[in-house]
Design a binder for this molecule. Structure first.
Ligand code: PLP
Length: 406
């Protein structure tokens, strides 16, 4: 697949006010107009080249939006104050009261809670199902269904969605396919594979420094303008606007995304292979044992690898907690939620980022209490990291010292 997203991002050139190599930051909430007529026209939606008010748009947010559009290869993109700000705006923009959503059953806990609990207020219902079973997905679509929603690589179980097939199905029913590509920016070109709308939490890999929350929606120009509409736009009216200073700093971090993703993937793949040889219960899309491995190979951009996320099931919550505490003590990473940091981050998903999903449902999904989700960091010597992690597991009896070192 000819995937030139990194080159497209690199080719974007915006100069600062005084010829700076970075664009100037728009440090204003409001903008002056030379004539009252232009102000009126801007309110009417003729916004080309004009700024109104920073909740609507600002130069810094447009620059970052442009970079996000280049990442996904979409016509346009809007940025938001968080991933959930982006996701909730898309869903509220597409659904009316009484509508229905078809959604993967393994998704980020916040998205699950929004769909399952919050949307009850609007009588919007969601069928949570196995997104890898296309017949099940097709059978769940009703005349009230307004979208198919999934994550390209799911949080936390790392299921791989067949985006091209889901897109065909969505098109057949004339509904959009919305894909959250937070776990796999550059690894998977979700829009290129057929997603109509791609959402991202920029908080994670894209920003990469765990210092802010932000989100983005990538889609057609019409959809993105609609989100900003002063009368009906969920982005404009819910007001989950990203601050310009943050937009500027995320844009700068995004320029190294291609290098970071390659290293995250290389390190995660190395650890996954070693853990599997050690007989541990590891899940990683790059392993042949992963049920989505072959599919992943057909839809990934190979130079970026299989991504930086893996899971390890160590049998019980007590063991998981003990291992995470020990790994943190040994400076192997942080016991923290989130992902995409230079340090490895680990958390037990069932009691943290997926705790919104009732325990009974977690069991049905195969999300056990002993499952640790790892976001693998940019460690320079990953073999050394592996040996130290192995030591921690031996200390806790998770791994027998007799297991041969490879
Ligand atoms: N989507 C996925 C896959 C996530 O993992 C998260 C957060 O963990 C979100 C969306 C929400 O993003 P944010 O925390 O930026 O609102």
């Amino acid at each position: 697949m000819d995937y030139k997203a990194a080159e497209r991002i690199q080719d974007l050139q915006y100069f600062g006010e005084f010829g700076g190599v970075n664009p100037s930051i728009s440090d204003s909430s409001t903008y002056t107009f030379l004539t009252a007529k232009t102000m009126f026209d801007t309110f009417e939606g003729n916004t080309e080249g004009c700024y109104l008010y920073s909740r609507h748009s600002s130069p810094s947010n447009l620059y970052l939006g442009e970079a996000m559009a280049q990442l996904e290869g979409t016509e346009s993109a809007n940025v938001f104050a968080s991933g959930m700000g982006a996701i909730s705006a898309v869903i509220m923009q597409l659904c009316d009261s009484g509508d229905h959503i078809v959604c993967s059953r393994t998704i980020y806990g916040g998205t699950y809670a929004f769909l399952k609990n919050f949307l009850k207020k609007f009588n919007i219902t969601t069928s949570f199902l196995d997104i890898t079973d296309l017949d099940v997905v097709a059978n769940a679509i009703t005349p009230k269904t307004k979208m198919i929603y999934c994550e390209a690589i799911s949080n936390p179980l790392l299921e791989v969605a067949d985006i091209a097939s889901l897109s065909k199905l969505a098109k057949k029913h004339n509904i959009p396919l919305v894909v959250d590509n937070t776990f796999s920016p550059l690894n998977i070109g979700a829009a290129q594979l057929g997603a109509d709308i791609v959402v991202h939490s920029l908080t994670k890999f894209i920003n990469g420094s765990s210092d802010c929350v932000a989100g983005a929606v990538c889609g057609t120009k019409d959809f993105c303008l609609g989100l900003k509409d002063v009368n009906n736009g969920a982005g404009m009216l819910f007001g989950s606007t990203l601050d310009s200073l943050r937009a500027a700093s995320i844009l700068k971090n995004m320029r190294t995304l291609h290098i970071r993703i390659k290293k995250h993937s290389e390190n995660a793949h190395y650890l996954a292979k070693q853990f599997e040889r050690d007989g541990l219960k590891v899940v990683y899309p790059g392993l042949e044992s992963h049920p989505g491995h072959e599919l992943m190979k057909t839809q990934m951009n190979h130079e970026y690898g299989f991504g930086g996320m893996l899971t390890l099931d160590v049998g019980s919550l007590d063991q998981a907690n003990a291992l995470m505490e020990l790994m943190q003590k040994e400076k192997l990473g942080y016991l923290a939620v989130s992902l995409g940091f230079y340090k490895t981050l680990f958390s037990a998903s069932g009691t943290s980022t997926s705790s919104e999903i009732p325990e009974e449902e977690q069991k049905q999904l195969g999300l056990s209490q002993g499952l640790i989700r790892f976001s693998i960091g940019l460690d320079n010597d990953i073999h050394k990291t592996y040996l130290s992690m192995r030591n921690c597991m031996e200390t806790l009896g998770i791994l027998s010292p007799d297991t041969a070192l490879v």
